[in-house]
Design a protein around this ligand. Structure first.
Ligand SMILES: [Zn+2]
Ligand SMILES: [Zn+2]
Length: 286
């Protein structure tokens, strides 16, 4: 395995184990305090563990080489797994939103004891440490999904902080647990939406960024020796495999073999420098 993949896998396993332990702790604290907010947060943590499992499977599958049946490789497997996680989280968010509203209407008593306080503080610290660790590995490996993961850990830490504040004000404010439950549900919805959005955009297709266009312009002008007026750039993102189509403009009396040569050279350079498979359409000056 590559060093980069190894680091991502290690981060994944750390996340699976720590989240599983946190789930057990929080679930226990939620049960003995009767707090819906802490139980909702516990289930969120369990899906965090599950999403790391799915992420690792996704990476494994996306490592498979392209073949006749899958000419663009398996890179989008990672995106599909993210969509599954997003839907799962949204369902959990919905369930606890419903239960929190019911608790708001019907009431119910929860006693936030020392256990709830200690478990929430542990969760806050562990999640922030996980965020720091993931940010560090993401910087080293330049992994976008790991960086998103790091932000997720941080938002989990914030959610624990909100619960902690809620526990301390609960003797003075009524309905705190139901309100916290609604807040935690909103956190879960937000996370689900974020995961969903990041997976759906590359599948539906995105605009090429300005950085990429600048990079392409640099390549085309240095390689061709002409002002080829690069335009109509489309990018198709398959995770670790990217395809690009674009148009270039050449003098109308140029020989076809020469024009093809120029396009070939540009395509090769794009593959070398940007790791993108390009297909270039040639047009005459008007
Ligand atoms: Zn989470
Ligand atoms: Zn054109």
């Amino acid at each position: 395995m590559q060093k980069r993949t190894k680091q991502i896998f290690l981060a994944g396993w750390v996340s699976i184990i720590l989240n599983l332990l946190l789930f057990l702790l929080k679930y226990w604290a939620g049960l003995i305090s009767g707090s819906i907010a802490i139980i909702a947060d516990a289930w969120h943590t369990l899906t965090d563990s599950l999403s790391s499992v799915i992420l690792l499977i996704g990476i494994k599958i996306s490592k498979k080489k392209p073949n006749v049946k899958r000419p663009f490789g398996y890179g989008r497997a990672e995106l599909i797994s993210s969509i599954v996680i997003g839907v799962l989280l949204a369902m959990i968010g919905f369930k606890f939103f419903q239960e929190s509203i019911l608790k708001l209407i019907n009431g119910g008593n929860e006693i936030f004891g020392k256990t709830a306080i200690i478990v929430t503080i542990i969760s806050l610290i562990v999640k922030e440490v996980m965020a720091q660790y993931s940010f560090y590995i993401a910087r080293k490996t330049k992994s976008v999904s790991l960086k998103a993961d790091a932000w997720h850990h941080r938002s989990d830490a914030i959610s624990s902080l909100v619960i902690l504040i809620g526990i301390f004000i609960s003797p003075y404010v009524p309905y705190v647990d139901a309100i916290l439950g609604i807040l935690v549900s909103c956190f879960i919805f937000y996370t689900a939406f974020d995961i969903f959005k990041d997976a759906v955009n590359p599948i539906l297709g995105e605009e090429p960024g300005k950085e990429l266009i600048d990079e392409l312009n640099k390549i085309t002008s240095t390689v061709s020796g002409y002002d080829v007026k690069l335009h109509h750039v489309h990018i198709h993102n398959y995770g670790n495999h990217k395809e690009l189509t674009c148009h270039i403009v050449l003098p109308p009396d140029m020989r076809l073999s020469e024009a093809a040569n120029i396009a070939d050279t540009i395509e090769k350079k794009i593959l070398e420098d940007l790791n993108i498979v390009a297909t270039i359409k040639k047009e005459p000056y008007k």
